[in-house]
Design a protein around this ligand. Sequence first.
Ligand SMILES: CC(=O)N[C@H]1[C@@H](OP(=O)(O)OP(=O)(O)OC[C@H]2O[C@@H](n3ccc(=O)[nH]c3=O)[C@H](O)[C@@H]2O)O[C@H](CO)[C@@H](O)[C@@H]1O
Ligand SMILES: C=C(OP(=O)(O)O)C(=O)O
Length: 430
Amino acid sequence: MMQYVIKGGNPLVGDVVIGGAKNAALGILAAAIMSDEDVIIENLPDVRDINVLLEAVEGIGAKVFHMDAHTVRINGSSINTIRVNDDFIKRIRASYYLLGALLGKYKRAEVSLPGGCNIGSRPIDQHLKGFRGLGARAEVDHGMVVADAAHLSGGHIYLDVVSVGATINIMLAAALAEGNTILENAAKEPHIVDVANMLNSMGANIKGAGTDIIRIKGVPKLHGTTYSIIPDQIEAGTFMFAAAVTKGDVTVKNVIPKHLEAISAKLIEMGCEISEFDDAVRVVCKSRLKYTHVKTLPYPGFPTDMQPQISVALSLAEGTSMVTESIFENRFKYVDELARMGANIKVESNVAVINGVDCLSGADVSAPDLRAGAALVLAGLAAEGHTVVDETKYILRGYERFDEKLRSLGALIEQAEDDKDVARLKLEAV
Ligand SMILES: CC(=O)N[C@H]1[C@@H](OP(=O)(O)OP(=O)(O)OC[C@H]2O[C@@H](n3ccc(=O)[nH]c3=O)[C@H](O)[C@@H]2O)O[C@H](CO)[C@@H](O)[C@@H]1O
Ligand SMILES: C=C(OP(=O)(O)O)C(=O)O
């Protein structure tokens, strides 16, 4: 089992370049199969979830040509089935985007229920409500989600919960429905805007993405395009917090600073200096972090996907902080692992009360999910001595060359294949 061996204590210093946004890329890949012409996608992150979705897209007959590590050409004209049911696709969340894409294009889709990180109950009722609002039948049958429509027509859909996935899925299907769709209480995340921009570049007519009312005028078909994915807000935020917990000085490059405002605001409250450039953000942190309170919220609020990373930073901050997780009920699973490193955190329902400690000490910990895994790596970088993080497969779902990028900033982190390797790396003082 792959593990990271980390020797903490080095301040991270230097520049790091951020890749394309995983959660935008997943919606964009699904959108790409809706055309029968070539779609070229640039700035695609080379991470596991993307590769699983690309394989699924190939599995239903679409042609995928890797032009380089971060560029693919997709052609959906050769799709020969609307049924997606393989073991890997079940494990990722974004498999559900194939529902909206296939339903829009072929008026029928059968996709196994999605997986993704085990961070809460994660229902898909709002996706189904949206498809029904477009005149489709949408049911769950023996672990498969089946959606079909003799005729897909525009509708007026109000989401009961602000859902990123449902917003993107409804945009995908409605792009090729007949007539106008109004989607109210839509999510406003940067990746919603990116998927809408990509669909529009294929000839769709979507207005209002980034606000809570999205208007979609259905078009008969979508054409080819070349589209470059926005930078990953969460990868960027993770490196910003890596700088903060190690008292470092890191310039995070190839970002959209506006997308990072909620993260930057918290780092400033915690005593870091932030400088914004056109497409970069510099984080300098010289003294001990200060406490703050955080509540995760849909965009433009503080992202739930950054909650574990800020909690690690607050576990080292002066004073008592409160972190409220309002999106996913099961996103504090890393707290027990962090306690092994000396953190003082008590979780009551959806609130973590964090009493900052002077230092963390290295320990063997296990990544329970993607962002919690990345957060435990940050804890290891800040801790005294060695930390071993196992279950790194979760981290690879969403971070490309995570250890390599950290090493380029001066972190002492290596991948170990097995326990013998861990022992060797510890002796070599990583
Ligand atoms: C692949 C992807 O992009 N994943 C992101 C996406 O997940 P995902 O799309 O699954 O998250 P949603 O925005 O849909 O979920 C938000 C909230 O709505 C609830 N809900 C959602 C759908 C539904 O039909 N019914 C319902 O009740 C969820 O349980 C959750 O409490 O947005 C989350 C919130 O920013 C991020 O943490 C994930 O990284
Ligand atoms: C929770 C995440 O992903 P997913 O929704 O795919 O599980 C994430 O990207 O942090």
